[in-house]
Write a protein that binds this ligand. Structure first.
Ligand SMILES: *Cc1c(COP(=O)(O)O)cnc(C)c1O
Length: 236
């Protein structure tokens, strides 16, 4: 990789940091409340290394195989976030590597995680993915079904529910997604108020390159940023 690319990565990160900081300031939040997940999907290990060297320790992947490859190649103090749709037959490969699975979106998947986690005697931290904008093209539990879904999986002893995640619509103007972020936040507050055993609403994972500032203003404490750090992705 050329020198120029390496410099770009550092410059991109600086800009993202600056924008996170300013979003926090606008709503009186502290930068330390926010976890920046650098979404490295499709990007080579060399780029992940460069970002790692700037101090980033939270990385996100959306495919099990790629997460496993990068997990094997990289330092072991990284938190790997599984952010993509998870197929049940791949659960086993990823549950001992993922710090947090953001994308639990069905009872059958939760059952599979429970079973696989029990086998390795681990408690796996997960977020429930909510299709807050009710888009046909998106995975996720419908907002009005989220509480009953959470009540069901709250009985699973090897799953620790840590909060909610959403992928908002793709928009040019991030203000358009404010309502969805606000709704997800309200849903989390509502579920938290029910004090369900084994259910924490510690994390609100929302906001990507196009809309993370508004997400932070609306209460996100995990933002998942790919393009803004690594540049455009090329899919072959
Ligand atoms: C790819 C991806 C991201 C990052 O998207 P950017 O727009 O490149 O920041 C965030 N979350 C999920 C679930 C993704 O699949």
């Amino acid at each position: 990789m050329s020198e120029e690319n390496l410099e770009n990565l550092e410059e991109n990160l600086k800009q993202v940091e600056e924008r996170i900081k300013r979003a926090c300031e606008r709503v009186n939040r502290k930068r330390e409340e926010i976890i920046l997940v650098a979404v490295s999907k499709t990007k080579p290990i060399s780029m992940v290394q460069t970002v790692y060297k700037t101090g980033v320790r939270e990385f996100g992947e959306n495919k099990v195989q790629e997460l496993c490859e990068k997990y094997a190649a990289m330092e072991k103090d990284i938190h790997w976030h599984m952010i993509g749709h998870l197929q049940r037959n791949k659960v086993k490969q990823v549950i001992d590597k993922a710090y947090l699975i953001h994308s639990v979106d069905s009872l059958r998947l939760a059952e599979q995680i429970e079973q696989a986690a029990a086998e390795i005697e681990k408690r796996v931290s997960i977020l429930v993915e909510v299709n807050v904008a009710k888009e046909d093209s998106k995975y996720g539990i419908m907002p009005e079904e989220t509480e009953s879904f959470i009540r069901k999986i709250s009985t699973f002893r090897h799953i620790s529910i840590q909060g909610l995640m959403t992928i908002a619509p793709f928009v040019e103007n991030q203000e358009k997604n404010r309502v969805y972020f606000r709704n997800l936040r309200e849903l989390a507050v509502d579920i938290k108020s029910k004090n369900i055993d084994n259910v924490g609403m510690n994390f609100l994972s929302m906001g990507m390159t196009n809309d993370y500032e508004v997400a932070i203003e609306e209460g996100a404490n995990i933002v998942r940023i790919g393009t803004g750090i690594f540049g455009e992705r090329k899919y072959l």
